[in-house]
Design a protein around this ligand. Structure first.
Ligand code: SAH
Length: 467
């Protein structure tokens, strides 16, 4: 870390801005919003600086900067376009141990100003260490959309109850749980709806009630982690991943997605590689029950969507039986992810009016499927878990009447940087991929829509593909 983020209390402190242009006005404005006494020194001032200086508590001196301008100053920002002058200010400030920022010159700075999301008293600061202020601003813009505008009021409200909650709840864990439920529950919603008074009343009631409520029972979040690219997570998935104390994940959950779980969460790998189930399904379900009964918030994180070949239903059946609270968060299933990232629309007005998701998992050495039922005109077939049975799948489809020239695609590690798309026909594919080192997971798409791949692929193109 080149710069440690700190939050500086400037209320009533004299801060100097040298410069009278637009950038100087912006910096002066930031200091002013932190309740500093802003003093501006500049040879010339733009109109917006003159306007700014009308504000209470601002002062200025029209003229060249001199060393004495630093007397009694707590912090200085050099925002002139004179490089030598900026350097001089930086040197003098360093000599006197006054924090100094020189606009657009990180080497001369003892501090830099972050891009800020201001929901005071909640403030989020983003910095690129001076490397790319534009990137920091883009990140800030994203955060602006994620952080409800009512968070400032919410923070102020709960701040008033911190002391009381500390009295009522004896352990840190109880307090954390209480605040998490308040900050994500009806109190927060009331604040967001502008009903501040009701929010305060409800919070007061909750403090009273919850102090006697037993917090013994945890809960389970069955979360779809999507096909690999962490950007494909839902907001809810991310929120619950960040909230859980324990995360049970399986092999399909990508590292990038796992990295977004709460840093101090206990991470448990529960399988399952093909034919080598690290933990039998039954044990996973029992483990979820046990952890929830111990009071943990457990995230069962699965690849793709938990309800599509994810055995999610089985896992929550036992929870339902045991009356353990749970919620299910959908994820982007491999078919959607791979289709989008390989430029193969699953349906298309000209080629396909329906799509079927099928398991290619082998039963007694061959996929156990109703082949006749699968062969419909203008239908796309998507096979999950089909790599091992690929030869058999191609053979059976041809055998049951699908043209041997029907296009087929095999997508390896869809949506990740290791994504590879192999296309061919039902007849050619088994031999096309012979000898290639294909890495799981892979998805198979069969149908005329595969033809669109050449034209529509856009993601992770190798130089060869794009030529
Ligand atoms: N619940 C998951 C599917 C689990 S079954 C979902 O909704 O996606 C496991 C199969 O999913 C794998 O054998 C493979 O066929 C497919 N799969 C999952 N992620 C994939 C990916 N990133 N690329 C290709 N196939 C994937």
């Amino acid at each position: 870390m080149d710069f440690l983020p700190l939050f500086f209390k400037l209320t009533g402190k004299t801060c100097l801005v040298v410069g009278g242009g637009e950038i100087a006005v912006r910096k002066a404005g930031m200091l002013f919003s932190a309740d500093a006494q802003v003093h501006v020194v500049s040879k010339a001032m733009t109109k917006s600086m003159t306007d700014f200086l009308q504000k209470d508590g601002c002062s200025h001196r029209l003229g060249e900067f001199i060393a004495d301008d630093l007397n009694n100053v707590q912090l200085v920002i050099a925002a002139t376009n004179d490089k030598a002058l900026n350097k001089n200010i930086s040197q003098l400030a360093h000599e006197r141990n006054i924090p100094v920022n020189v606009v657009d010159d990180p080497a001369l700075c003892s501090f830099i100003l972050p891009a800020i999301v201001d929901r005071s008293p909640v403030v989020v600061a983003v910095s690129s260490g001076g490397k790319s202020p534009v990137l920091a601003r883009l990140i800030r813009a994203r955060l602006e959309t994620l952080i409800p505008s009512g968070y400032g009021k919410l923070a102020t409200l709960v701040g008033n109850y911190r002391g009381l909650v500390k009295q009522k709840f004896s352990t840190i864990n109880q307090r954390r749980e209480f605040w998490e439920s308040v900050l994500q529950g009806p109190v927060a919603e009331l604040i967001f709806a502008g009903k501040d008074k009701q929010a305060a009343q409800l919070l007061e009631k909750e403090v009273e009630q919850q102090s006697v409520r037993s917090n013994d029972m945890g809960e389970v979040y069955l979360v779809g982690g999507g096909p690999g690219d962490p950007d494909l997570l839902t907001f809810r998935a991310l929120r619950l991943m960040q909230q859980a104390d324990v995360v049970l994940y399986d092999r399909l959950v990508s590292e990038g997605v796992r990295d977004l779980c709460r840093r101090d969460a206990q991470m448990i790998h529960v399988g399952k590689a093909r034919d080598q189930h690290t933990l039998p399904q039954e044990d996973i379900s029992k483990m979820l029950v046990r952890l929830a009964k111990e009071g943990h918030r457990v995230c069962r994180l699965k690849g793709g969507d938990p309800f599509i070949f994810g055995r999610g239903g089985e896992e929550i059946e036992l929870l339902a039986k045991e009356n353990i609270p749970f919620q299910v968060v959908p994820g982007i299933t491999a078919a959607s992810g791979c289709a989008a990232y390989s430029g193969i629309p699953l349906t298309h007005r000209d080629y396909s009016q329906s799509v079927r998701f099928v398991t290619g998992h082998l039963k007694d050495g061959a996929p156990d499927l109703d082949w006749e039922g699968l062969i419909q005109p203008r239908q796309t077939l998507v096979f999950y878990m089909g790599l091992v049975g690929l030869k058999n799948i191609c053979h059976q489809l041809i055998h049951h009447g699908l043209g041997s020239k029907t296009p087929i695609a095999l997508i390896q590690k869809g949506t990740t940087i290791d994504q590879r798309v192999y296309t061919g026909t039902l007849k050619s594919m088994p031999s096309d991929i012979e000898g290639l080192e294909i890495q799981p997971p892979t998805l198979i798409i069969v149908g005329e829509v595969v033809k669109l791949h050449d034209e529509l692929s856009w993601f992770n193109l190798s130089p060869k593909d794009s030529s």
